[in-house]
Design a protein around this ligand. Structure first.
Ligand code: HEC
Ligand code: HEC
Length: 310
């Protein structure tokens, strides 16, 4: 750590360095200037005239062992500050740093686990999903990197998809999930508040609600259907079943990313939506992402199986 890298501005680093060195020098001066010794036969003087509870203080020299201990601490502090980066402006002659130590430990761990990850990296996602050791590592990676958005139960939240339902916005194939996590996904649902007026939006909202099998004003939904076929079908498909290549969701099911109420759908149409799944390729590297994809795939298959047997 140099002063430039430290979190302190250089001025403060110098300030601390000067105060530290000055304090050590002061300690040394106090010790040396009190370096008195009792000569044989010398009478010890009283220290001041204070009498307290019948006790009086004599001006004896400091015990030698005590003073030497003090010299040792001053010497230790100086040596420490020369060797290690204790003073703001110095990196210490040993070149040690906590970030360097951390880096070395990370590198050592990386070296130890590299062969294991290499072995996993050779297999495809579907094979890894059947390997309990691999999905176990995937599970702990998921807990570390994914739960803040997708939840520890993988069921997501508003705007963050549930990963253990059978409903895939982008794709649920093993290789597709891998692609999602490696490269991230950017959804682009345009805002329609300029292209469509209020009534048109209300009509198309009714049509979307009808698509998912609910009762609505039929005349309004019929008008909405016409709008849907001309402006929405390009992405959501003529029947509203969605298009995974664009991440355009299926609007005919009961799964909603942003909510299926009239108010939520209206908000989607008025403001647009732009969900972002971050890319993890550079951050975690391909072998780890493969294990994550395997875990997500295995969990969603498991959830499907239990759902179909219920
Ligand atoms: C350019 C392609 C495109 C067009 C055109 C488009 N959409 Fe979308 N739509 C998307 C994408 C992509 C998403 C997913 C947004 C996200 O994940 O953030 C989406 C999301 C939605 C949602 C949210 C679904 C949910 O699960 O919460 C609704 C509702 C919706 N669109 C309705 C419409 C309607 C109605 C129209 C026509 C007026 C329309 N879309 C036109 C691409 C499009
Ligand atoms: C910053 C929040 C965030 C984090 C962290 C995050 N995701 Fe996502 N993820 C999203 C959002 C938002 C979407 C939906 C994008 C969209 O609207 O299309 C998504 C979508 C996905 C999808 C696609 C789902 C589908 O239906 O196609 C998968 C798979 C996925 N994430 C897995 C992961 C994994 C595994 C991790 C951990 C490595 C992770 N995500 C971390 C926000 C996040």
């Amino acid at each position: 750590m140099t002063a430039a890298e430290s979190y302190l501005p250089a001025g403060w680093a110098w300030y601390i360095a000067i105060v530290t060195v000055a304090s050590l020098a002061y300690c040394l001066w106090v010790l040396i200037s009190n370096n008195t010794r009792k000569l044989p036969g010398e009478e010890v003087k009283l220290h001041g005239t204070n009498v307290w509870d019948g006790l009086r203080e004599y001006d004896n020299p400091l015990p030698r062992w005590w003073r030497n201990l003090f010299y040792i601490t001053v010497f230790f502090a100086s040596a420490y500050l020369i060797l290690y980066p204790g003073i703001g402006v110095s990196t210490g002659i040993l070149g040690w740093s906590s970030s360097g130590l951390h880096k070395a430990e990370v590198e050592a761990t990386e070296k130890r686990v590299a062969p294991m990850f290499e072995n996993y990296a050779k297999q495809d996602v579907a094979a890894l999903a059947a390997d309990e050791g691999a999905t176990k590592i995937g599970a702990s990676l998921f807990q570390a990197y994914c739960i803040q958005c997708h939840g520890s139960d993988m069921r997501g939240a508003k705007g963050f998809p549930n990963l253990v339902d059978a409903d895939w916005q982008w794709t649920g194939t093993p290789e597709g999930i891998l692609e999602t996590i490696l490269g991230g996904r950017n959804a682009a649902m345009p805002a329609f508040n300029e292209q469509l007026n209020k009534d048109q939006i209300a009509d198309v909202v009714n049509y979307v609600i009808q698509l998912s099998g609910r009762q609505v004003d039929v005349a309004s939904a019929a008008r909405g259907e016409a709008t849907f076929k001309t402006v929405c079908a390009a992405c959501h498909g003529p029947e509203g079943k969605g298009m995974q290549a664009l991440g355009a969701p299926n609007l005919t099911d009961s799964t909603w990313l942003y909510g299926g109420s009239a108010a939520a759908i209206t908000e989607t149409l008025v403001k647009g939506r732009a969900g972002v799944m971050p890319a993890f390729k550079d951050f975690l590297g391909e072998p780890r992402v493969k294990l994550l994809a395997a875990y997500v795939y295995a969990q969603s298959r498991e959830a499907e199986r239990t759902a179909s047997t219920q």
